[in-house]
Design a protein around this ligand. Sequence first.
Ligand code: SF4
Length: 202
Amino acid sequence: MIKINEIFYDIEGEGKNSGIPTLFIRVTGCNLRCQWCDTKYAYYKGKKITLKFLANKINKSPYRYINITGGEPLLYKKEIKTLLKMIKGKYVTIETNGSISVKDIKCDNISMDIKLPSSGEHKKMLFENLKYLKRKDQVKLVVGSEYDMIYAKKILKKYKTKAQIIIQPVYKKISLDNIKEFILKNKLEWKLSVQLHKLKNF
Ligand code: SF4
């Protein structure tokens, strides 16, 4: 059983698969408390659901892309590993906050955050995770200040990773121009992305 907050279809709003119709499974519970968290409603509320039900829902989804998010899915690591084995013919992303080991997680895309100082949770990161990520995976930097970018650059210099680095602003906290300038000035191969779901009135 996994405690699930919500199951819904939507367009992927961020990261390398941004824009793709996706089935989202949001687990209940998180071990962090980021200052700008936009899914606080998933901290406690939810319903226990069997792995069989979840696998069935996923395998029957009209969409190939599946995103298991939270909260923090790896709080249910044992169950998630079993669930991954029950899924057939789908592209599965696991979104994780970077504080729990991803060493033996096998899926199409581990989307791992590196929490930065403006989140207030940067001291809880498990940086050895970066070496386990592969080219198929992504590291998300959600930046709220120039200091966040300086911090991220230092971390990624110290802890190498093969994963694609994706940088996106905390909504209304820092301008895209500011981020672009930082990437180009520092010759970084970071991909700039915006959260589509925040552009409601575009
Ligand atoms: S890790 Fe994600 S769900 Fe948990 S507090 Fe941070 S933003 Fe919210």
